[in-house]
Write a protein that binds this ligand. Structure first.
Ligand code: SAH
Ligand code: SF4
Length: 354
């Protein structure tokens, strides 16, 4: 059980009142059910304790400010944190799946040139409670349907907020917590090499995706500032470490940008770079952001996919979801946040500690 680390404030209230140890577990289970936003709703706790908790620690740390619903069933949630920061979360329904895409930072300092979040800069990292609660709120919103998958692909670079992100995922995975299988949880990183290795050594079987976006060093530096810090060989060495240590599939994200990274030569270089039975190439057409890039056409994307498969790669082309409400990958920018006094989207070295 992760209750002590996850809700230390609740633990303190219980300690002050000299409550029995199982009360912490009851409070933790109630929060992790996703169905509780107020201590008064936790009928397992005695009335006086509910009142004490309500007076001292909030059951919900995020205020749900708005929900948008897209034509394809995708939903986007706008949350306000206790200190007034805004973040976004997305729920994507597909056949029997209900996937939530959660954020780990307010903005992102990595500055990828095609990403709306990247244009915001970074305000701060979220704590584990704020990260996990996004999944709780979506659970409540879609009930009685159940959330089946969590992807950490919203706002922010999760590996710049490693400890809090991992704690949130462990709570989501915890059999006494949210109880979602580790293999139904995936994290995407822009490629922080040391953290990829650390993630490989975690005991839980979470999935990992690495945002690659081009097999060429020079091009990668132009669209992803992180490439100036870690070269592609360094990145691939961490990728190899990951698959050797976990024996799990490793996903490489590849956003197709017209005339930038969608040519034949890219497929050919990818076929060499990703020549491993556990590597999988996840193609996605660029979703419009106000960054000057253009999406590769559907037909060119399909050609790219077919050529990649012809050259022996395991590859898929993911459809974009929720575009009419700007909920697709890379579009989370919290309208109105831009221009606010955040730190600039430049070197990630200056971002918050993990
Ligand atoms: N920061 C992490 C996870 C969040 S972004 C990362 O970069 O991996 C999730 C994915 O969306 C990444 O692969 C990212 O490169 C991609 N992405 C960003 N902007 C996009 C856009 N406008 N269109 C399509 N994909 C985009
Ligand atoms: Fe940050 Fe990921 Fe966007 Fe890059 S693509 S700016 S790492 S959120």
């Amino acid at each position: 059980m992760r209750a002590r680390e996850f809700i230390p404030d609740v633990q303190r209230v219980l300690d002050d009142r000299v409550e029995p140890a199982y009360r912490l577990e009851q409070a933790y289970r109630a929060l992790c059910s996703g169905l509780v936003r107020d201590w008064e709703e936790v009928s397992a706790l005695p009335k006086s304790l509910r009142a004490a908790l309500s007076a001292e620690v909030p059951a919900a740390v995020l205020e749900l400010a708005h929900i948008w619903r897209a034509n394809d069933g995708t939903r986007k949630y706008l949350f306000r944190t206790h200190d007034g920061d805004l973040i976004e979360t997305v729920m994507i329904p597909e056949r029997s799946r209900r996937t939530v895409c959660i954020s780990t930072q307010v903005g992102c300092p990595m500055g990828c040139t095609f990403c709306a979040t990247g244009t915001l800069g970074i305000k701060r990292s979220l704590n584990a409670r704020e990260i996990a609660e996004q999944a709780f709120v979506v659970t409540r919103d879609i009930a009685p349907e159940r959330l089946t998958n969590v992807v950490v692909m919203g706002m922010g670079e999760p590996f710049l907020n490693y400890n809090q992100t991992l704690l949130a995922l462990k709570v989501l995975n915890d059999a006494d917590g949210f109880s979602l299988a580790a293999r139904s949880i995936a994290v995407s990183t822009s490629g922080l090499v040391d953290k990829i290795r650390r993630f490989a050594d975690e005991p839980e079987q979470f999935h990992l995706a690495i945002s690659l976006h081009t097999p060429f060093e020079k091009e990668r530096k132009m669209i992803m500032p992180v490439a100036s810090r870690y070269s592609i060989p360094e990145l691939m060495s961490a990728a190899a470490y990951y698959v050797e240590h976990t024996r799990r599939k490793l996903f490489f994200e590849y956003t197709l940008l017209a005339d930038v990274n969608d040519q034949q030569r890219h497929v050919e270089a990818l076929a060499e770079l990703l020549d491993h039975p556990l590597y999988h190439l996840n193609l996605l057409r660029f979703n419009w952001t106000d960054t000057g890039f253009v999406a590769t056409s559907k037909s060119a994307a399909k050609k790219f996919l077919h050529y990649a498969r012809e050259l022996g790669l395991s590859a898929t082309l993911r459809p974009s979801r929720g575009k009419d409400i700007e909920a697709a990958c890379g579009q989370l920018a919290v309208r109105g946040l831009r221009g606010q006094p955040q730190r600039a989207a430049v070197p990630f070295a200056q971002s918050s500690p993990t």
